[in-house]
Design a protein around this ligand. Structure first.
Ligand code: 9WO
Length: 268
């Protein structure tokens, strides 16, 4: 952990591609922050938190559908090990996902005041929803687009946060005079489509947190409707702005009417 200066941040990054970060740690702002001991960055291979000989991190989605889903247990185990190693050190657990709160300059400012940030980088079709629901304290997006994984989001977040820590940038340019500093109310850019539906994989019951019954039913039409409704409701709650630009079917509009009548106002 870097020496206790006025502000320093420890980043713990959880990924199945640790080598993704080799280069950026040796260049630019992150290199400066590490050399100046304003930050420490530890990269953790998620496969080291698995408990099978094949180091399995993913599984087929309940309810069918393409691709694979990140299993919840290795992610829970990785984060909980990190927390147990420093139980008195509060930390924010950030899941990088297109469905998250947009990373603006103001959000970077907020995160730069934390002592410890654990960053979870997903891959494949998604991360079991129970990670977002019961483990992450924050979901952060770097923009309204889908990448191949959360690693680029983690890299962007670490850079935007590190450059805001006093002492990291040279005397000739301070983050406080950033041209973007005045842009901390940037709205979300135009976007196509809506947020993703929740994803689940085995186990069907994790500490009493059960996979929604419909996904175990085998009724593909019911599953399709449930997934679409979940995506619409999540978008309505987290990013209602996206609905203005999304191409919605008549079925979507009917579902949204039901959602609007059944639930309280969206939490912005
Ligand atoms: C996949 C997806 C597909 C359509 C609409 C929304 C979606 N969200 C995801 C998703 O969260 N995927 C997981 C993480 C697993 C697959 C790779 N991941 C990912 C994170 N893709 N893109 C991001 C990301 C992270 C931060 N900011 C923007 C995008």
């Amino acid at each position: 952990m870097p020496a206790c200066g006025p502000r320093s941040v420890l980043f713990d990054v959880i990924t199945i591609f640790p080598e993704f970060f080799t280069s950026i740690l040796e260049h630019g702002v992150l290199k400066r922050g590490r050399a100046g001991e304003q930050i420490e960055i530890r990269i953790h291979d998620l496969r080291e938190a698995t408990d099978d000989r094949h180091h399995t991190v993913d599984d087929r989605p309940f309810g069918g559908g393409p691709g694979m889903v990140f299993k919840p247990e290795p992610v829970f185990r990785a984060v909980e090990r990190l927390k147990e190693a420093a139980p008195n050190e509060p930390c924010r657990v950030v899941l990088l996902t297109p469905q998250g709160r947009l990373l603006t300059q103001a959000v970077a400012e907020e995160l730069s005041r934390e002592k410890r940030l654990v960053l979870i980088c997903g891959r494949y079709e998604g991360v079991d929803e129970r990670v977002a629901e019961h483990l992450a304290t924050d979901e952060i997006s770097i923009g309204d687009y889908v990448l191949a994984g959360g690693e680029l989001g983690a890299a962007v977040l670490m850079e935007t946060v590190t450059r805001l820590i006093p002492g990291v940038l040279g005397n000739d340019s301070s983050a406080g005079q950033d041209s973007f500093a005045a842009f901390d109310n940037l709205g979300a850019s135009e976007t196509q489509g809506i947020l993703d539906c929740p994803h689940y994989t085995r186990p069907a019951d994790l500490r009493g947190w059960k996979v929604p019954e419909v996904l175990l039913s085998g009724n593909h039409e019911e599953i399709r409707r449930w997934r679409r409704r979940q995506a619409l409701e999540k978008t309505w709650r987290k990013r209602p702005d996206l609905l203005e630009c999304a191409s919605l079917s008549e079925e979507d509009r009917e579902m949204l009417e039901e959602i609007r009548h059944a639930a309280p106002e969206p939490q912005l």
